[in-house]
Design a protein around this ligand. Structure first.
Ligand code: NAP
Length: 285
C-alpha cells in the first residue's frame, strides 16, 4: 500500500513556492502579502492560523495578521476586509471560519475582492470553477488534487465517490474531479444517501469528507481503491480521519494518513493560491 504522505509532499510544494518567490523578489518585485483575519478565541482556529502564518514565513509570503475579539461587530469586520481590499501590499485575504455567532460569514465572504479571494469561496470564483474557467480553487480540494498528481494517481475515466457535499470541500472537489482534463466519473454522497456502503464499494477513488471518525472500515472499501481521507475529528485518541486506518490500509492501493495527509496540503495550497493572486495582480499593475 502506498501511504500518501501529505507532510512530505506539502514540504516539497512549499519549497518550490519559496524558490519562485525568492527568484521574483530578487528581481526587485515586492513580496506577496496575505491578510489573515481571525475573529474570536476558538482554539482550533488559533492553531490553524498559527500554522498558516508559519507557512507564509517559510515561503517568503508576508503575513498581515488581524485579530479581533469575539465581540467584534459585523461593521468592524467588514471595515477590515474593505481596508485589505484596498491595500496594494495585500494579495490574498483569508477570513478564518467559523466566525463567532452573530456574524454573517456569507456577507463577509461576499465583500472580499474576488481578485484577493485566496480561499476561492467568493461566488465569482465558485462560478468560475463550475464553468471550468481559470481561477482560484478552494485549498482543501486543490490540495487533494495536487497530492494525487504528485503520486501519479490519475482518476481519469475512473469511478470516483465523494462523501460530503459542503461548499468548502465536497462540492468543489467533485467539480475538480469531473472537469475536462481530470475526467473522473463522480458520484457525490451525503447523509441522506441510501445504500452508502454500496457506493463505497464501487469507488475506485474514494474521497471521505464527513467528519465521522473511523466510520469507513476495510470491508466497505473496494480492493485496490485509492482512499483520500479528508475528515479530521478530535477524539480521545487524538486526531482521527473518517477511515478506520488499520483495516482500510489492508484493502486500499493508496491511503492518506490523518494527521499528515490532506491537512498539510491544504496549507501548501493556501500559499500556492496567494502566490497565484500575487502574480495575477503583478501582471496587471
Ligand atoms: P460539513 O460542512 O459538516 O459537511 C459534512 C458533509 O458530510 C455533509 O455533506 C454531510 O451530509 C456529510 N455527512 C455527514 N455525516 C454523514 C454520514 N454519516 N454519511 C454520509 N454523509 C455524511 O464538513 P466540511 O467542512 O465539509 O468538512 C468535512 C470534514 O473534513 C471534517 O472532518 C473537517 O474537519 C474536515 N476538513 C479537513 C480539512 C483539511 O485540511 N484536511 C479542511 C476542511 C475540512 P449533509 O450535507 O446531508 O449534512
Amino acid at each position: 500500500m502506498i501511504l500518501l504522505d501529505g507532510k512530505e509532499t506539502a514540504l516539497a510544494v512549499r519549497q518550490e513556492i519559496a524558490a519562485s518567490v525568492a527568484a521574483a523578489t530578487a528581481g526587485g518585485r515586492r513580496p506577496p502579502g496575505l491578510a489573515v483575519i481571525l475573529t474570536g478565541e476558538d482554539p482550533a482556529s488559533q492553531i490553524y492560523v498559527r500554522n498558516k502564518e508559519k507557512a507564509c514565513l517559510e515561503t517568503g509570503v508576508i503575513p498581515f495578521s488581524f485579530n479581533l475579539p469575539a465581540t467584534a461587530s459585523q461593521a468592524e469586520l467588514l471595515a477590515i476586509i474593505r481596508d485589505c481590499n484596498a491595500r496594494r501590499d495585500v494579495d490574498g485575504i483569508l477570513l478564518q471560519l467559523p466566525l463567532p455567532g452573530g456574524l454573517d460569514s456569507a456577507a463577509c465572504l461576499l465583500s472580499i475582492d474576488p481578485a484577493k479571494d485566496v480561499d476561492g469561496f467568493h461566488p465569482e470564483n465558485v462560478g468560475r470553477l463550475s464553468l471550468g474557467l481559470p481561477g482560484i480553487a478552494p485549498c482543501t480540494p486543490a490540495g487533494v488534487m495536487e497530492l494525487l498528481c504528485r503520486y501519479n494517481l490519475s482518476p481519469a475515466g475512473k469511478k470516483a465517490v465523494v462523501v460530503g457535499r459542503s461548499n468548502i470541500v465536497g462540492k468543489p472537489l467533485a467539480m475538480l474531479l469531473y472537469r475536462h482534463g481530470t475526467d473522473a466519473t463522480v458520484t457525490v454522497c451525503h447523509s441522506r444517501t441510501r445504500g452508502l456502503t454500496r457506493e463505497y464499494r464501487n469507488a475506485e477513488f474514494l474521497f471521505l469528507a464527513m467528519g465521522r471518525p473511523g466510520m469507513v472500515t476495510g470491508e466497505m472499501v473496494r480492493d485496490g481503491a485509492v482512499v483520500v481521507d479528508i475528515g479530521i475529528s478530535r477524539t480521545a485518541a487524538g486526531l482521527c480521519g473518517d477511515a478506520h486506518f488499520a483495516s482500510v490500509s489492508l484493502k486500499a492501493r493508496a491511503l492518506t494518513p490523518v494527521p499528515g495527509g490532506v491537512g498539510p496540503m491544504t496549507i501548501a495550497m493556501l500559499m500556492k493560491n496567494t502566490v497565484q493572486l500575487w502574480k495575477n495582480r503583478m501582471a496587471v499593475s
